[in-house]
Design a protein around this ligand. Sequence first.
Ligand code: NAI
Length: 328
Amino acid sequence: TKSPVKVAITGAAGQICYSLLFRIASGELLGKDQPVALHLLEITPALKALEGVVMELDDCAFPLLDNIVTGDDPNKVFDGVNMALLVGAKPRGKGMERGDLLKDNGGIFAPQGKALNDHAADDIRVLVTGNPANTNALIAMHNAPDIPNERFNALTRLDHNRAISQLAAKLDVPVTDIKKMTIWGNHSATQYPDIFNCEVGGKNAAELVNDQAWLADTFIPTVAKRGAAIIEARGLSSAASAANATIDHMRDWALGTPDGDWVSMSVPSDGSYGVAEDIISSFPCTVSNGEYSIVQGLEINDFSRQKIDASVAELVEERDTVAELGLI
Ligand code: NAI
């Protein structure tokens, strides 16, 4: 039998984790033959609630769940972990400036990056879901100098999945017909879902849609503002779909992407497609042998160029803010 993979998860008593933990423990992240250990981090006031979540995990008697570690000290909880899903973050309060949001989150992601640097296993991979995800991941990366930069990713897979679902509905095709969707840029309202390089049943998606007004005025804003629409409807932010996307991203990063397709991953920019370096931005990526590569050679038309540049400019601004704050 395989030895367990240790998966650290932060914000473990929160909404997203109430879906995420049970799916990971049931084998949906790493497969039905791979035991897992859950290393769950929370802040001190939430440890009681976390105890309840652990009781429920126990009550599922998951055959693959080897062990559960809980605590409020990342230096202990991250000990020896192979994967870290950083979900817990400081939400934006009413009237809060973006600078304050970045600063508060820096207070979380800088020490967590350092704790991963000092205590995680050598093969550690880190995925940041907690918002602002891309810049939180950048902060963690900068505070973990001994971990290769490419081990730090942020989540834009939910946006990717939302874009697939919207396009499938528009064209009245099954989601499985849609390949090569791309989200570029930031996980924010400036993100750019690109259908010019996307395929539907082997045909170019933009040509099939053939409706620039729908693309610009319906598709892009619907995908980019879906999070707000869910809060409006549910009174709470997306949680099960965010957990699902977190699993999709980490599973594909570990086990690989299918031939003839790619996924959207926010990864440290290497300058591909003219995207500024030293930001973590969303790109089309394939994965094999546990290593992702940014898909090269795609055509970027003028419309796409402008959208990508706008989202990248926002990430550069966030980076400059956290640099001024001394967080990176
Ligand atoms: P939630 O508020 O229900 O749970 C967050 C949990 O994190 C709380 O239990 C809190 O105690 C914990 N936490 C706060 N600081 C912590 C720290 N320093 N260490 C460990 N735990 C800490 O929030 P929810 O709904 O689970 O969302 C979590 C994050 O995910 C939010 O930032 C949200 O904006 C983000 N999100 C990201 C998405 C994406 O696509 N990238 C999609 C949906 C949500």
